[in-house]
Ligand binder design. Structure first.
Ligand code: ADP
Ligand code: MG
Length: 488
C-alpha cells in the first residue's frame, strides 16, 4: 500500500482537496470596465461599482465568461447552460460592497478531471467538483503606517475562477503535481497567466487524516498559499501536526489556517465556530447566465492542443521518453521552442538529441544565468545546426559542449565558431593512423601490457591519441584504428 503514514497507532491515510483561485485573463473586471491589469498605482483602476457606491449596477463581462467556459472544456467538464450569480454576504474592509458576487447554488462549470503526473511516469486522475466565477476582493496593507491601514481597490472586482477538486489527493507530492498540471493547462488555454507571485493563482488546501476504510477525518484548511513549494511544505507540516493531535487522543478542529513560509509552520486564523453565515441569495441585479450551444461550440473549436495531447504526440512523433516529453510540454513556450528547433534541424533523426540538449545543456545554462526561453542568447536555428553537426560527425558530442558554451557567450553560429576555433573533428583516417603509430611507439610498456591481456590500458591509449589531436579525433574512427593496430 502506498502513501500511507505509519503512526504509533497504525497506518493513516492523508486526504487532500484543493480550491484554486485563478484570475481570468481579461482586460476588464468581472462586472465593471475598470482595468484588471496588475501593478498599477493604488486605487487607479476603480469604478464607482468597484468602490461600492450605492446605486451602481454590475454588467457581466462576456470575456470572463468565455474564459470560464474554455477552462471548463480544458478540464473535460460539463458547461452548464444556466448558472446563477449569488451574493455572498460578509463584512470586511477590503470588500466595499459588503458582499462578494459569486456562484454558489448553480456554478457555470461542474465535473471534469485533471490527470496529474507522478514519479515513475505514473498518472492519477483527480476529479473536479466545480468551477465558478466570482469577484476578487481589494488588498489591505497594515505595515506601511504605525496606526493606519491602507487599502487598494484595484483588485476589487477582478474575475476569479474558483476551481474546486474532489478530496482525492493522498500526499503533498500529489497536491503539488495537481497545481503544476492545472497551472500548465490554464497557461496553455490562456485563461489564467498562472503567476503565483503576483497572486493570479492562489491555493487553499484542505487536509485531513483518517484510517483507511473509515470515514474521512475533520479537515483544516490552509488559505492563500502562493507557491507550489510552500504548498508542499504547508501540507507536510499539517500532516505531522494533525497526526500528533489525533494520536495523543485529541481532536482536529475544523479551522482556517495560514502558512508562514519564513517559519515553515501553519497557524490558526479562525475556527469554524466563528464561521460566518454568508446568507447566499441570487443577486437581484443580475439575470441568470444562459449560454447557447453555438457559443460553447465556438470556444471548443478554438481550443489549443493541451499538454497531455502534446506529450503523447511528442512521444510518438519524436520517439521521446515519457519523462522528456513531460518536461518539454510543461510550459507551452518550451514546447513551441522545441518544435521550432526540430523544424530547423535535419528533422526526426535529430529530434531526440535536440530534446536532450534542450533539457540538459540549455536548461542548465538557463538556470545558471537566470535566463528564460524567450531571452536566450542564441537563435533557435543555431541549436539545430549544432545538433546536425554532431549527427554528421563534423564534431563530437564532447566538442559540441565547448561550442555550445561559446555560442551561449557570443551568440555566434556554431559553424562559424568551429571554423574560428579550429574544432572540426578529424575523421581523416591517415591523420588518425599517424597519431596512433606515434602513440604506440611512445608507449611500448602499455602496448606490451595490452597484448598480454591487460585490456584496461586501452582507455589510456585512446586518451593519448585524442590528446595528440587536441580532442578532435572522431572517437569511433580512433578506436577502430587503435584496436586494429594493437592486434598485431
Ligand atoms: P467549504 O465550502 O466549506 O470549503 P467544500 O465541501 O466545498 O467545503 O470543500 C472544499 C474543499 O475541501 C474541496 O476541495 C473538498 O475536496 C475538500 N474536502 C472536503 N472534505 C475534506 C476532508 N475531509 N479532507 C480533506 N479535504 C476535504
Ligand atoms: Mg473552502
Amino acid at each position: 500500500m502506498k502513501n500511507l503514514i505509519q503512526g504509533q497507532t497504525g497506518l493513516w491515510e492523508v486526504v487532500i482537496g484543493l480550491e484554486v483561485h485563478a484570475q481570468a485573463v481579461s482586460n476588464a473586471k468581472l462586472f465593471s470596465g475598470a482595468s484588471a491589469v496588475f501593478g498599477a498605482d493604488p486605487n487607479t483602476h476603480v469604478t464607482f461599482l468597484d468602490a461600492g457606491m450605492p446605486g451602481m449596477l454590475p454588467v457581466l463581462n462576456k470575456a470572463c465568461v468565455d474564459q470560464a467556459i474554455k477552462t471548463g472544456l480544458g478540464m473535460n467538464s460539463t458547461i452548464n447552460r444556466v448558472s446563477v450569480f449569488d451574493r455572498k454576504n460578509y463584512f470586511y474592509p477590503d470588500l466595499p460592497l459588503g458582499y462578494q458576487i459569486s456562484q454558489f447554488y448553480y456554478p457555470i462549470v461542474t465535473g471534469g478531471y485533471v490527470d496529474i503526473d507522478l514519479e515513475n511516469s505514473e498518472t492519477k486522475r483527480i476529479n473536479i467538483t466545480r468551477l465558478h466565477l466570482e469577484q476578487d476582493a481589494g488588498k489591505s496593507t497594515h505595515d506601511l503606517h504605525p496606526n493606519l491601514s491602507y487599502i487598494d481597490f484595484n483588485r476589487a472586482g477582478v474575475a476569479l475562477m474558483e476551481i474546486v477538486s474532489e478530496p482525492e489527493m493522498r500526499s503533498a507530492q500529489e497536491a503539488m503535481a495537481y497545481v503544476k498540471k492545472l497551472r500548465s493547462i490554464l497557461r496553455y488555454l490562456g485563461t489564467c497567466d498562472g503567476n503565483m507571485e503576483q497572486g493570479s493563482l492562489r491555493v487553499d488546501a484542505n487536509i485531513s487524516l483518517h484510517k483507511p476504510d473509515t470515514p474521512f477525518g475533520t479537515r483544516a484548511e490552509i488559505k492563500n498559499v502562493n507557491s507550489v513549494r510552500f504548498l508542499g511544505q504547508a501540507i507536510e507540516y499539517e500532516i505531522v501536526r494533525q497526526l500528533e493531535i489525533i494520536e495523543s487522543g485529541g481532536t482536529v478542529v475544523q479551522e482556517t489556517r495560514l502558512f508562514d513560509p519564513t517559519k515553515g509552520v501553519t497557524r490558526s486564523m479562525r475556527s469554524k465556530e466563528d464561521a460566518m453565515d454568508y446568507r447566499y441569495f441570487p443577486d437581484p441585479d443580475l439575470r441568470p447566465l444562459v449560454l447557447d450551444e453555438a457559443r460553447i461550440e465556438a470556444i471548443r473549436a478554438s481550443m489549443p492542443e493541451l499538454p497531455d495531447a502534446k506529450r503523447d504526440r511528442f512521444i510518438k512523433e519524436f520517439t521521446l521518453t515519457e519523462y522528456d516529453a513531460n518536461v518539454l510540454v510543461a510550459e507551452k513556450e518550451v514546447a513551441d521552442f522545441y518544435e521550432l528547433i526540430v523544424g530547423h534541424s535535419k528533422g526526426q533523426g535529430a529530434a531526440k538529441l535536440i530534446a536532450n540538449w534542450l533539457i540538459v545543456e540549455v536548461f542548465g545554462a538557463m538556470n545558471r544565468d537566470g535566463k528564460n526561453i524567450d531571452n536566450l542568447p542564441f537563435a533557435p536555428q543555431h541549436l539545430a545546426n549544432l545538433v546536425d553537426l554532431i549527427i554528421d560527425d563534423t564534431i563530437s558530442g564532447k566538442i559540441a559542449k565547448d561550442v555550445f558554451a561559446k555560442m551561449w557567450e557570443s551568440g555566434k553560429a556554431p559553424a562559424q565558431l568551429i571554423d574560428e576555433l579550429g574544432l572540426k573533428q578529424v575523421s581523416d583516417t591517415s591523420v588518425i593512423e599517424k597519431a596512433v603509430d606515434e602513440v604506440l611507439a611512445a608507449n611500448p610498456t602499455q602496448v606490451e601490457q595490452y597484448r598480454a591481456g591487460k585490456e584496461q590500458v586501452f582507455g589510456f591509449l585512446v586518451g593519448q591519441v585524442m590528446k595528440a589531436l587536441q580532442g578532435k579525433a572522431n572517437p569511433g574512427v580512433a578506436n577502430t584504428i587503435l584496436k586494429k593496430k594493437l592486434e598485431f
